[in-house]
Structures are given as structure tokens and as C-alpha cells.
Design a protein around this ligand. Structure first.
Ligand code: SAM
Ligand code: SF4
Length: 381
């Protein structure tokens, strides 16, 4: 019998911020960061059910797979990677056959949507073939998240033709000097804006989305300008609260810009109307423009409005570790099975058992929160 409990604090059933009611930043509390030690479990304990589905012990079904295809990246975003980050050896990273096999198995276990991510997925030179093969495993939707530095109209059309349904970009500033300071890369902001513009002209199945992580003191004064991108290209601009997944462990609540404040700042320039969530498990709470201009903005507020209660996501890292939660301290290593000749049934059972261990919530604001050792780039955002 499955437990169908929903924690009211993390239910995700929050309908929107009361526009015009924001009274200032939330209380700023500094939490001590205790370095989290990720334990890599050999084998998860058997889940107490025989259903060939990815279901956790809190009654949540997994339908979204975040599949990281590399931990490498050509950017060093301030909220993600350190300048001197060292990446894993190539032979630890999943091969294209392993990626395709896991994607297919996950679909057989109930996954409907797959997102290819990283690190920066476009640094893999077999990305075209990965898209082609993963698009044929039977998922309803195949998406890609990218920093936009290695995309142009040709590659975007090629990926769409190979089976990519949707694309999400990341851009945190439109100001050249600030973009350079935040990404610590030599890529110009125009390159990324041009890629976003090109994508808005490619006929993907779903809307082009663009993510910005908002960090107080870095880019919080720019959220309305970034929302302007949504209006200019008719896309979805999504603002993500900074999470404690950065390599430098500089996260604290004084750096966090609550989504309610972001909504207020945008609303002051471009009046907004709340549009709710696309589906219960969606990470983003959406708004449309009151003047009817096409485009949307979305708030992803894992810290101030956790949506763990409706979470349908599971992650597999580039080195084939199952991470039931972004903030898991336990991860389950599929590599010995993948490279040791295990059959599909054995790997599927392992996935079912690992999923059962998914924690109820991230607990970022709880006193005993421990930051995982892996950064967002090494997990797969
Ligand atoms: N490199 C690609 C990119 O940047 O879009 C894909 C991988 S990146 C890890 C996926 C998403 O995670 C990006 O939108 C990025 O902005 C976000 N991200 C990274 N570190 C984060 C953090 N500490 N808090 C919130 N979001 C973060
Ligand atoms: Fe690279 Fe994406 Fe992390 Fe930026 S957020 S350092 S682009 S993986």
C-alpha cells in the first residue's frame, strides 16, 4: 500500500503572489553551511512494492527525467561553478549507448518527459546523435537546457529535425560587462541573445524558455529588463531563486531574492496578471502581461515556495548516479550495472528501489540542512 501523504508546506498548491502587496525583503537569516557528504550507496534497499513504475515512498510518481550528459561547461557562472573546477575523467561519463539505454528503461517505468542537461550539453560533439536516439525511446517530450553559447539557427533547426521538442536557455544579464562577470566566460551576451532570437523562429513543439538565476547584488536590479526579453521575442522568461548548490558555497539568505520581490519589480514596469501553473508538478508559477503583449514570465521559487509535494522529477548524473532529489545526500550508482553486464530487468529494479528513497523535501530552510557536495552543474539542472 503506497503512502499518499502530502506535506502542506511543500504541496506546491500556491496560486500566485498578491501583486502590489509586497512589502520588502523577507527577514534575512544567515544559515551556517555544513558541508554535505554525498554517500554513494551500493544498492538501495528493496522498495516494498512490485509495481514496474518509478514511485517514491511519499506517493509521488516520476514522470520527468533530467538526464545529464556531461559535467563539463565552458562557463563558470558565479552561482554554479568555481573558476578552477576540475571535471570528471571522460571514461566516467556515460556513453551514448548508456544514455539511450537508461532513457528507454525510464520510459518503460513511467517517464514521459526527458530533459538533456549538464554541465553544458552542447559541449558534447555527439549531441546530434544523442538527440536522435533519445527522441526515439518513446517519451512524449524531449527538451534541452543550454547556456546558448554554442547554438545558432542551423544547429537549432538540426536538433528540432532530429527530434528535440523544446529548448530552454539561461541568461542572467543583458549587460555585456555584467554578463562577462557572472559567466566568467569569453562568450558575448549578443551570442546568447541571438541564439534565443533564432530559437523563437524555429518551430519547436513548445515555447522557448529562458532561465535567469537572480542573485542579490549581482542582477536583481535587472529583472524587468530580462522580462522585456519575453515581450520582445514572445517567449517565457523564468526567474529562479538562487539555491545552495554553488561550488563556492557562498549561498546565504542575504543573496536570495524572493520570487515575490521579483514579481513586484517586474510588475512596476510591465503590469502582470497571474496565470497559475501549467500543471501541478510544474516548477514555475506563471504570469502574462496585462497589456496582452505575447510572452510570459515565470517564477521558480524552490526556497520561498517549495514545490516538493508535487515533484515528479528524477535525475541521473553524467556518471550514471541516480539522484532522487536535487538535494539528495544519497545517490545510487548505476555504472557497475551498466558496465558489468546487468540485464534490463536488474537495472529497472535498481531504478525502482532508488526512486523509493526520494526524500520528502529539500529542507533548505531547516536547521539541519546540508548542502550536497555536487554543484548544480555536476547534478544536472
Ligand atoms: N549549462 C546549462 C545552462 O546553464 O542552462 C544547463 C545546466 S545548468 C546547471 C541548468 C540550470 O541550473 C540553469 O538555468 C542554471 O541557471 C541553473 N542553476 C545553476 N546553479 C544554480 C543555483 N545555485 N541556483 C539556482 N539555479 C541554478
Ligand atoms: Fe555552466 Fe550552466 Fe553551471 Fe553556468 S549554470 S556554469 S552554464 S552548467
Amino acid at each position: 500500500m503506497l503512502l499518499m501523504r502530502r506535506d502542506p508546506d511543500t504541496s506546491g498548491r500556491f496560486d500566485g503572489y498578491a501583486i502590489g502587496k509586497f512589502t520588502g525583503p523577507t527577514m534575512i537569516v544567515s544559515l551556517p553551511l555544513i558541508s554535505g557528504q554525498c554517500r554513494t550507496g551500493v544498492t538501495p534497499a528493496p522498495a516494498p512494492h512490485d509495481t514496474p513504475r518509478l514511485i517514491d515512498s511519499h506517493g509521488r510518481a516520476i514522470r520527468d527525467l533530467r538526464l545529464s550528459i556531461t559535467d563539463r561547461c565552458n562557463f563558470r557562472c558565479v552561482y554554479c561553478l568555481d573558476p578552477d573546477t576540475r571535471f570528471m575523467p571522460h571514461d566516467r561519463v556515460m556513453t551514448i549507448d548508456e544514455i539511450e539505454r537508461l532513457a528507454r528503461l525510464c520510459v518503460s517505468l513511467g517517464v514521459e518527459k526527458i530533459r538533456l542537461t549538464g554541465g553544458e550539453p552542447t559541449v558534447r560533439n555527439d549531441l546530434d546523435e544523442i538527440i536522435t536516439r533519445v527522441s526515439q525511446v518513446g517519451a512524449k517530450d524531449l527538451a534541452l537546457t543550454t547556456n546558448g553559447s554554442r547554438c545558432d539557427a542551423n544547429s537549432l533547426r538540426r536538433w528540432r529535425d532530429a527530434g528535440l521538442s523544446r529548448i530552454t536557455f539561461s541568461i542572467d544579464s543583458l549587460r555585456p560587462d555584467r554578463f562577462a562577470a557572472m559567466t566568467r566566460a569569453k562568450v558575448s551576451v549578443e551570442t546568447v541573445v541571438e541564439a534565443i532570437e533564432a530559437a523563437s523562429r524555429v518551430d519547436f513543439d513548445g515555447p522557448v524558455k529562458v532561465n535567469a538565476v537572480v542573485v542579490r547584488g549581482w542582477n536583481d536590479d535587472e529583472v524587468a529588463d530580462l522580462a522585456g526579453l519575453a515581450r520582445r521575442y514572445g517567449i517565457e522568461m523564468r526567474f529562479i531563486e538562487f539555491m545552495p548548490l554553488d561550488a563556492s558555497r557562498a549561498w546565504d539568505e542575504s543573496r536570495l531574492v524572493p520570487a515575490a520581490e521579483i514579481v513586484e519589480r517586474i510588475h512596476a514596469r510591465f503590469p502582470l496578471v497571474a496565470a497559475g501553473r501549467v500543471e501541478a508538478s510544474a516548477t514555475s508559477l506563471d504570469y502574462v502581461f496585462a497589456d496582452g503583449t505575447p510572452g510570459r514570465v515565470g517564477m521558480i521559487a524552490p526556497v520561498t515556495r517549495p514545490f516538493c509535494g508535487e515533484c515528479s522529477r528524477l535525475r541521473i548524473t553524467a556518471d550514471a548516479k541516480v539522484r532522487p532529489c536535487l538535494f539528495s545526500l544519497d545517490e545510487w550508482d548505476l555504472r557497475p550495472l551498466l558496465r558489468g553486464g546487468a540485464g534490463d530487468d536488474e537495472i529497472a529494479r535498481f531504478m525502482v528501489d532508488a526512486t523509493w528513497t526520494k526524500q520528502r523535501g529539500h529542507g533548505i530552510r531547516s536547521g539541519d540542512f546540508r548542502q550536497p557536495e555536487r554543484t548544480m552543474s555536476a547534478i544536472g539542472g
